[in-house]
Structures are given as structure tokens and as C-alpha cells.
Design a protein around this ligand. Structure first.
Ligand SMILES: *Cc1c(COP(=O)(O)O)cnc(C)c1O
Length: 381
């Protein structure tokens, strides 16, 4: 979308150049035989899956991973032709859609695998899949001790073909820890057992963003990078390995300026009262339904003309207010209808990051970005 087409004075900006640079940076961690799988689940962590996938493709992505069948279909309908992997096993009912749109499921139940094979044969196709191995996170996959039995139980079927084998780390941000090392060992041994028994493993992969950055020994044939592509660090350690460029910024324009008298309340419940004279209350059209969590009420800042100003009052569903006040030491000019403010991003030397917002909310940057992607229009710059 173009800025000129906006019908609401709030939007996220997606920096294509930053996304391209980050994608190349991950590609550069790999040797020419290793692949880069870009994780674009949850609408590319709120950044817009189809647009982002196209940019990532041009920057070297070899495969895309999503969380749901619908997300895979959206990519196909958006013109993405590279392999698409779903990072969990969908219900059997989804199989015709997988085959129609050439989307690979993760597999870890034999009922699903055999139903997939039957449907594929009936459609005159071969259903590719990735075998998920459970190595410690206790979320999905075939338990690492049962992998060989599982493979023996489904491998005979001519309608399915194993395109890859993978696991997922629960503690990749602590690669020197015992928990991480144990998962690595379980995975490595399970893969070896499959190979030793003469079965095809296809693409072997396990590294998410932190593990890609912190532990090259776990790159195998492919890495699955998510959050880092969007310019967010998955943990503190990773920030020392590689600089990333933030991709999403969040913007709004002032829809109203008021000058309430001292003692007047602002917003639902009057959780803020105007403390003195000459306080300007500005309204911005973003609320908790746009990803600006209500738990941030009276606790967050925004950037106005390169300065931090305080958000005041309870954040509403679709709007929030800020107080802009001059003080004797620092004269801020009169706020005006239409002034732009930055909720996440940089303005001169001042910056508000996804990480700052995540800390205030008691969550992680991933969740903050996903939230802003849900309803706000996206402008690709
Ligand atoms: C979400 C996800 C990823 C990407 O994780 P990041 O930390 O964003 O890199 C990789 N693999 C699986 C299985 C996932 O669910």
C-alpha cells in the first residue's frame, strides 16, 4: 500500500531494504550447498507474508515455512513458487489442499502419513513431507527414540516421499547449556540412525534464528530463520554476533489536539489527570486491537518531533492519547492536527524499539511485531 492511499492515520512501515539486507546476512552464514528457509508464519511476524516472501526470494531464500495451511495457500496464491513447509502436522482434512497447492506438511503420526499417501496416489502425485523429531521441547514430532520404527512403518508407501528431517530447539538462546546440547545430540543420533538403516533423510535442519547465529555446527543442510530476518534479535547473545536492521516501524498522525483544564481526566476510568496548565492532549488512532497492548497504558513513550513524550490514560481499542507539555527547560512547539508520531522506530537520535515495548509488556519482541501486523495497514518503503 502507498502512504497516499491510507484511509486511517496509523500504519506500519516495512523497510524493504532492511529485509533484503537481513536476508542476505543469513544467507551469508551458509556455504553454497546449504539452504535458507525463511519463516513467514503469522503473516511474516506481522510484516506481510507475500510481500516479504518476494523480497526474501530475491535475496536468496530457498524455501518458506509457515504455521498453517491457509498461510501456505496465501503464499501460493500470491505467486510464490519455492517449496513451502508447514511447521506442524495439519489435520487429515487438510490433505487435499496440501496436494492441490503443493505445500509440504510436517509429519509425525502414521495415520496422517498413510492418509497423505493414499490421497497422493489417488491424485497421481507424490506427497512430500518433512519428518519432525521430538528431541526435548515436548511440543511436536516423533519421539527421538521411536524414529526408526516410525520411518519403517510408513516408508513403504509409494505415495509419500521424505523431503527433510528436522527438530526444533527449546533453548537455542543458550547454546552452551546442557539442555541444548542434549537436544543436539538426540537429533544427530536420530538422523544417523535413519541413514544407517538405509532410509533417505532429504534436507536435515534444526537451526532457528538464535541457533543459526550462535551455533554453526547445527546448520546441517538448511537453517530456518524467522525473527532475525525482520531485524529483531532473538536474545542478547545473538546481538554480539551480527547487527540486524529493524524492518517494521509503527506510525500515526495526531487526529485531535485538546487543552483540558488542570484536574480534568483523560480516557476510560480517568487513570490520568491533567497535572497542570498548558498540557496538550493529542489523540492517535491506534489501540489495543492494533497490537498496542492495554497493559502499556500510562507506561509507554512515543516519539514526537524526535522527543520522547508520555502516553497517558488507558489505551482504548482503537485510539490512545499522549500528553505533550512544554517545561521551563524545554519548549516543545504547539502540537498540530496531522503531526506524525512514531510508536516504534527512530526519529533522529531517539528510538523506541520492539525490545523496549516487549520489556514493558513482559513479553518478547516476536509477540509485539505480530500484534502490530494484525490490523494496521502496511506501507512498503
Ligand atoms: C517459528 C519457528 C522457527 C523460527 O524461529 P525464530 O526464532 O523466529 O527464528 C523455526 N522453526 C520452527 C519449527 C518454528 O516454529
Amino acid at each position: 500500500m502507498n502512504k497516499a492511499d491510507l484511509t486511517r492515520w496509523s500504519w506500519v512501515e516495512i523497510d524493504r531494504g532492511a529485509l533484503r539486507r537481513n536476508t542476505r546476512a543469513y544467507k551469508n552464514l551458509l556455504n553454497p550447498r546449504q539452504r535458507l528457509c525463511c519463516v513467514v508464519k503469522a503473516d511474516a511476524y506481522g510484516h506481510g507474508a507475500v510481500e516479504c516472501a518476494k523480497i526474501m526470494y530475491s535475496a536468496g531464500a530457498d524455501m518458506f515455512a509457515v504455521a498453517t495451511v491457509n498461510e501456505g495457500v496465501e503464499l501460493r496464491q500470491g505467486g510464490i513458487t519455492k517449496p513451502i513447509l508447514i511447521l506442524s502436522e495439519p489435520p487429515i482434512e487438510a490433505i487435499p489442499t496440501l496436494l492441490e497447492f503443493d505445500i509440504m506438511p510436517s509429519v509425525y503420526t502414521s495415520d496422517f502419513a498413510l492418509a497423505y499417501g493414499e490421497c497422493a496416489v489417488a491424485a497421481g502425485k507424490v506427497g512430500k513431507y518433512h519428518l519432525a523429531i521430538e528431541t526435548g521441547m515436548n511440543r511436536i514430532g516423533v519421539h527421538y527414540t521411536q524414529v526408526l520404527d516410525f520411518v519403517r512403518g510408513i516408508n513403504f508407501h509409494r505415495g509419500i516421499q521424505c523431503d527433510g528431517v528436522f527438530t526444533h530447539f527449546a533453548t537455542a538462546d543458550e547454546p552452551s547449556g546442557w539442555d541444548y546440547k542434549l537436544q543436539c545430540q538426540r537429533f544427530t543420533e536420530a538422523v544417523q540412525a535413519i541413514k544407517d538403516a538405509g532410509f533417505e533423510c532429504g534436507i536435515v535442519h534444526c537451526a532457528n534464528t538464535p541457533s543459526s547465529m550462535l551455533d554453526p555446527s547445527m546448520h546441517f543442510d538448511m537453517i530456518r530463520a524467522g525473527v532475525g530476518l525482520y531485524g529483531m534479535q532473538p536474545c542478547e547473545l545473538s546481538g554480539r554476533v551480527m547487527q540486524l536492521d529493524p524492518v517494521m516501524s509503527v506510525h500515526a498522525r495526531v487526529t485531535r489536539v485538546a487543552h483540558p483544564a488542570m484536574g480534568e481526566g483523560v480516557g476510560y476510568g480517568f487513570t490520568y489527570r491533567v497535572p497542570r496548565t498548558r498540557v496538550q492532549i493529542c489523540t492517535l488512532p491506534i489501540g489495543y486491537a492494533d497490537g498496542l497492548s492495554r497493559t502499556l497504558s500510562n507506561r509507554m513513550d512515543v516519539l514526537y518531533r524526535g522527543e520522547r513524550v508520555h502516553q497517558v490514560g488507558n489505551i482504548c481499542m482503537d485510539q490512545f492519547m499522549v500528553a505533550i507539555q512544554s517545561n521551563p527547560a524545554h519548549e516543545i512547539p504547539e502540537a498540530e492536527y496531522g503531526d506524525e508520531i512514531i510508536i516504534v522506530g527512530r526519529d533522529g537520535d531517539a528510538e523506541i524499539t520492539m525490545d523496549e515495548m516487549a520489556r514493558l509488556r513482559g513479553t518478547i519482541n516476536y509477540e509485539v511485531a505480530c500484534g502490530f501486523g494484525m490490523r494496521l495497514d502496511k506501507v512498503y518503503v
